[in-house]
Design a protein around this ligand. Structure first.
Ligand code: LLP
Length: 423
């Protein structure tokens, strides 16, 4: 039985591809992030195929998952990357990314971020303010270069997602209004280090309907038509961002990129502009190809409920505490034991360190293993060492074999670079 992308039960044991999860955990311990890279590559191919009728480039949003082997296999498959900082750029380059397929986005890029991007030969900088345009132009001029930029449009479009991850409405800090884009285009001649190559947008994350993309593209085309006569060279790149929603539990669907491609084609109608379309999927390529394997630390019955206290906490997987996100939880070994209801929590000293309430699982004992599903996106990449808990180990399965991607952080590593007083 398949429970997620590349995770199945074989002989009642959870496997990642053909590899038994317990065989990996025996060597790595828990908590462990585990990714199936073959499943990630399948998702990438599906995404690419959905937009095949366009001149199209996929730039994986590195913030969703920064594991080097995962970035490596995507780079080797020809995938581009969207990076949010020079740190993410550093990782992408270490993984063998082609800088001509990298975009750098981010509302607060520093001089150091911009310089690193230009020095690496990054294809496009998606800029979000007049101040940033001036900075990009200055940094490029210092290098005798001209930077290709996409102006990030805030199209003021509502999405059906959690307010913390909605980014395309006028009140949000992201992007530029249509009016701001027009005035920046009118001043482009005063920014000699910069060429406006097109427009970008990113409406939010975990979007389940294609309609916001249609609305956003509609606004984008209007703005493009307004600014084209103001520019020396016609802009020829449209970047519609990421946000493609995935299935987190049986109650929810996912957004098939084919549906987004269809509304794109609809809005573009019979225009024959020679545009290149960029998409920046993060979650949709990796969320369901990753799990967080964790051990039951204690079973704690209380008056009206039983707590299952895991060895993974909100520092390892922040999404439930931050967005009330629900991740399905499954036993690593299927069992015939009676089903019980549990409040499934972590060991961190916060009540929000709760993964699920009243959750049905076969009766668990100390030491049993469970897997939190859909943890491949914004799991390890958002982890912290809160409560001085070392970062979890990460492993991948690729072509039938498992590899350690990151060893569990040691206590010494955790305090490296800190300076106690000499008392
Ligand atoms: N492009 C830009 C400019 C972005 O800001 C993001 C995500 C993406 C692409 C990728 O979006 P995706 O395809 O993954 O939805 N931590 C939150 C999600 C924050 C997303 C931030 N930006 C979560 O765990 O749900």
């Amino acid at each position: 039985m398949t429970v997620a992308d590349g995770f199945t039960y074989i002989d009642r044991e959870l496997h990642c591809g053909d590899v038994r999860v317990t065989d990996i955990v025996r060597e790595t311990g828990t908590p462990l992030y585990l990714y199936n890279l073959d499943a990630v590559l399948d998702r990438y191919e599906q995404h690419r195929a959905a937009f095949a009728s366009f001149s199209h480039r996929t730039c994986f949003a590195v913030k969703a998952n920064t594991a080097l082997p995962l970035l490596q296999v995507l780079a080797a498959a020809g995938c581009g990357f969207d990076v949010n900082s020079r740190g993410e750029l550093f990782r992408a380059m270490k993984a063998g990314a082609d800088p001509r397929r990298i975009t750098m986005t981010g509302v607060g890029k520093s001089r150091a971020d911009i310089a690193a991007a230009l020095d690496a030969g990054v294809a496009l900088l998606n800029v979000e303010s007049a101040s940033e345009c001036r900075l990009v132009s200055d940094v490029a001029e210092e290098r005798g270069a001209v930077a290709d930029v996409l102006l990030r449009l805030n199209p003021d479009v509502e999405t059906d997602t959690h307010p913390y991850i909605s980014t395309g409405e006028a009140a949000h800090k992201f992007g530029l209004s249509p009016g701001d884009i027009r005035s920046l285009a009118a001043q482009a001649a005063w920014l000699p280090g910069l060429r406006i190559a097109g427009l970008s947008m990113h409406l939010g994350s975990q979007i389940l309907s294609p309609l916001p993309y249609a609305h956003g593209l509609h606004v984008m085309l209007k703005v493009l038509d307004d600014i084209t006569p103001l520019l020396d060279r016609a802009p020829d790149i449209i970047d519609i961002g990421g946000g493609f929603g995935v299935r987190y539990d049986v109650c929810h669907g996912e957004l098939d990129p084919i549906k987004v491609a269809a509304v794109m084609a609809d809005v573009l109608g019979d225009r024959d502009d020679p545009w290149t379309l960029i998409t920046e999927p993060g979650r949709s390529l990796v969320a369901n190809a990753g799990v967080l394997v964790t051990a039951v630390e204690h079973v704690k019955p209380s008056e009206d409920r039983t707590f299952l206290i895991l060895d993974a906490g909100m520092n390892d997987l922040l999404r439930p505490a931050l967005y009330q996100a629900s991740h399905s939880i499954v036993p690593v070994r299927e069992s015939e034991a009676d089903v019980q209801l549990y409040d499934i929590v972590g060991p961190v000293c916060e009540s929000s360190d709760t993964f699920a309430v009243n959750y049905a699982l076969p009766s668990q004992e100390r030491g049993d293993l469970v897997a939190l599903l859909s943890a491949g996106a914004y799991g390890a990449s958002m982890a912290s060492t809160y409560n001085s808990r070392p970062l979890a180990a990460e492993a991948v399965v690729y072509k039938g074999e498992w590899h350690l991607a990151r060893e569990r952080q040691s206590l010494e590593d955790m305090i490296r670079g800190e300076f106690p007083l000499s008392l």
